[in-house]
Design a protein around this ligand. Structure first.
Ligand code: HDD
Length: 738
């Protein structure tokens, strides 16, 4: 028998053959050094900022593409075939490994809070918490690394950022005494009082199960069916029908731990507290029209805003504060049951006392590894911080570990780099899917003698976590809530009454929109009954918009028995705030004299804001890069608009842009510039103009209108614009004013 002939190997470099051999830069014996980009030496971010230093040491080592076993590869573009035109061979390990891994790249999204954005940062304690809390990370000057993830609740992972919804605000403090998670929201009260109802409220808010619509919306029948049947949800719902349901930015939201927590000081004395995050930039929102336009224009608006601000050096910051209450048997304060998560304590009754500052200063370098895989849990506590018997919190303590088992594929999710404690871990947990530890010793049990008794139990002086010896109330086992949880309306009314006229208008519009999208009249009527129980005016205005009669209230229209009739901190209006990270659009005419543009650009950057130069075409104007063309610019992207020129005021001499945009005659405002001005006017944004820009402004707005600044040049106009931006919007421009 003659052996089969070998197929001749194609010569390297021949057309149609394997790609030419890679040139070996070195012939290292040991492991290759990290690539330059892994050392953070090469700019990889969109604006050229350096990437973070946290690249995992076991990812992307060496200069060559390898299999997951480290064998170097010469080709990843062609599968191994029996002849060039023949079938693909099953023995192609690289092909199977590449495809198999790809097939399994997606993991289940979070069942709620699926859409989010996160950042690294640092928390610095003020030391002011010492009288009530012994946690080491709150000590004066102590700096602790943190990771904060913001989120919407209802929408799935690819949904828009600007949906009307509650926002999550979860922070992982990697403290020396173990990890502490503060898993908070931007609204201080919750939908339900008992965690057993969480699947109900979430099923009602998620898209309808038959058609899976609408996505990331509460404006549908099942949601309002649940809320109208379940009056404890009315308080939370009113908050997010208000402007807090559509924040301007994650950087401009408050955060609330919602539940009451129990703190212990070094002497073992306990206090009850509520946690608050107060943003340095103030609390600000979008208008409903902006939120809707952004949904199409930039569904990643909040994600982009956070990342851009951090990358530009405008690091957002929040003060952590506590309201402190005595830890007595009643666990209530001024008539407010502290275990009821649908109630808050007005700041007039218990001031928020600052205990530290959070600053977010570094973007994640890999979304999946960090933002997607981070696993929070309100049960992650440190010595000095403990839970209370709030029935919502008690159920959360079970749910957060349980959900990660499916989402992150097993019990070893705490070993993922983003979830690893920065304190030493010696936990005797072993094996399981995805185990990364190579544990030494033979005795992962206690007590043992074979591993010398290791690991040891902490002694009294070793700063261990302590379950505080709290008295458990006596009673019988029953499926009931305390009678003090029954009032669902008086604090809801307090919130409504604390709103300014313009905020009330927004709330009425929100209810009118959301209920107007429902099909079932019985649901609208039932919800109107709850609105009547909150406030007659609110009910009458929404009923009128829906074309339905306003029912009479069935409960007395009293405010809370104790405490203020109006709580000023609930309104977002008033005050002047830093403008860091705000975006300023500058419409320029490339044909005009733009000699001042570079200085204006610099002045905006110097004020910690981002200038976006808008021109008919891309490229540069006076040496400054055009950030948006008239085709890509959107008013909703900017906080204020400057009109340095009107690009097509004299169209005959201009290059043609989009013929669909129409051809304005001399003196007419270019339609897309006109749209920018109209929308900024309608959304009560400050608008400044000089030179030919003044003509465009005057043609589209009421002369002398509030928040319109005209001047001789850009720099003089900018100063006034910054002052106006400090109050976020030109509130007088809304019909109801402030
Ligand atoms: Fe929750 C995620 C906040 C009640 C069950 N929750 C989650 C996140 C935040 C909150 C911010 C996202 C964390 C992240 O970024 O990964 N949740 C809250 C607040 C609540 C609350 C402030 C009330 C005060 N949650 C709550 C209840 C239950 C859950 C009552 C269940 C009974 N929450 C979950 C969850 C999630 C979650 C299913 C989904 C993904 C995850 O945990 O890790 O376990």
């Amino acid at each position: 028998m003659t052996p089969p002939k070998k197929t001749p190997t194609p010569a390297p470099g021949r057309p149609g053959s394997r790609p030419p051999q890679l040139e070996e830069p070195t012939t290292p014996d040991g492991p290759l050094p990290p690539k330059p980009d892994q050392q953070g030496a090469q700019p990889r971010t969109p604006t050229g900022a350096e990437p973070g230093p946290e690249h995992s040491t076991n990812a992307q080592q060496g200069a060559f593409l390898t299999t997951s076993q480290g064998a170097r590869l010469r080709d990843t573009d062609h599968s191994l075939k029996a002849g060039r035109r023949g079938p693909v061979l099953l023995q192609d390990h690289h092909l199977r490994e590449k495809i198999t891994h790809f097939d399994h790249e997606r993991i289940p999204e979070r069942v709620v809070h699926a859409r989010g954005a996160a950042a690294h940062g640092v928390f610095e304690g003020y030391g002011t918490a010492e009288p009530v809390c012994r946690a080491g990370f709150l000590a004066k000057g102590k700096r602790t690394e943190v990771f904060t993830r913001f989120s919407t609740v209802v929408g799935s992972r690819g949904s828009m950022d600007t949906a009307r919804d509650t926002r999550g605000f979860a922070t992982k403090f990697y403290t020396d005494e173990g990890t502490f998670d503060l898993v908070a929201n931007n609204i201080p009260v919750f939908f339900i009082q008992d965690g057993i109802k969480f699947p109900d409220v979430v099923h009602a808010a998620k898209p309808h199960p038959d058609r899976e619509i609408p996505q990331a919306q509460s404006a549908h029948d099942t949601f309002w069916d649940f809320v109208s049947l379940h009056t404890e949800a009315q308080h939370h719902t009113l908050w997010f029908m208000g402007d807090r349901g559509i924040p301007r930015s994650y950087r401009m939201m408050e955060g609330f731990g919602i539940h009451t927590f129990r703190l212990a000081n070094a002497a073992g004395e306990t206090s009850l507290v509520k946690f608050h995050w107060k943003p340095q930039l103030g609390v600000h929102s979008l208008t409903w029209e902006e939120a809707q336009l952004l949904g199409g224009n930039d569904p990643d608006f909040h994600r982009r805003d956070l990342a851009d601000a951090i990358e530009s050096g405008a690091h957002p910051s929040w003060e952590l504060g506590i309201q402190v209450f005595p830890d007595d048997e009643e666990q209530s304060f001024e008539g407010i049951d502290l275990l009821d998560p649908t109630k808050f304590v007005p700041e007039e009754l218990a001031p928020v006392q600052p205990i530290g500052r959070l600053t977010l200063d570094r973007n994640p370098s890999n979304y999946f590894a960090e933002t997607e895989q981070v696993a929070f849990n309100p049960g992650h506590l440190v010595p000095g911080i403990d839970v209370t018997d709030d029935p919502l919190l008690q159920v959360r303590l079970f749910s957060y570990v349980d959900t990660q088992l499916t989402r992150l594929g097993g019990p070893n999710f705490a070993q993922l780099p983003i979830n690893r404690a920065h304190a030493p871990v010696n936990d005797m947990l072993r094996d399981g899917y995805g185990q990364q530890g190579d544990h030494a010793g033979v005795a992962p049990y206690q007590p043992n003698s074979l591993d010398g008794g290791c690991p040891f139990m902490a002694g009294e002086m070793d700063d261990a976590f302590e379950d505080l010896p709290v008295r458990v109330p006596e009673g019988v086992k029953e499926r009931e809530l305390s009678a003090t949880f029954e009032d669902h309306f008086s604090q809801t009314r307090l919130f409504w009454r604390s709103m300014t006229p313009v905020e009330k208008d927004h709330i009425v519009d929100a209810y009118s929109f959301e209920l107007g999208k429902c099909y079932e009249n019985t649901i609208k009527e039932r919800q109107l009954q709850s609105l009547a129980n909150i406030d007659g005016e609110l009910c009458a205005r929404v009923a009128s918009a829906l074309g339905l009669p306003a029912p009479e209230p069935t409960v007395p229209a009293d405010g809370p028995e104790e405490g203020p009739a109006i709580s000023a901190p609930l309104s977002q209006l008033g005050g002047s705030w830093p403008v860091d990270g705000r975006k300023i659009g500058i419409v320029v005419d490339p044909e005009a004299d733009n000699a001042d543009l570079p200085a204006l650009h610099e002045a905006i950057v110097a004020a910690s804001m981002t200038p976006l130069v808008i021109a008919p075409r891309g490229g540069e104007v006076a040496g400054v890069a055009v950030a948006r063309t008239l085709g890509t610019a959107a008013s909703v992207e900017v906080d204020a608009l400057l009109l340095a020129g009107n690009p097509l005021l004299a169209p005959d001499s201009r290059p043609s842009v989009d013929p669909k945009a129409g051809a304005p005659g001399n003196g007419e405002v270019e339609p897309r510039v006109g749209k920018l001005i109209d929308e900024c006017w309608r959304h009560a944004k400050a608008i400044g103009a000089w030179g030919p820009g003044r003509e465009a402004l005057e043609a589209r707005t009421a002369p002398g209108g509030a928040g319109l600044v005209v001047g001789e040049d850009g720099e003089s106009v900018l100063g006034e614009i910054i002052a106006l931006l400090g109050s976020h919007r030109v509130w007088e421009r809304f019909p109801a004013g402030a």
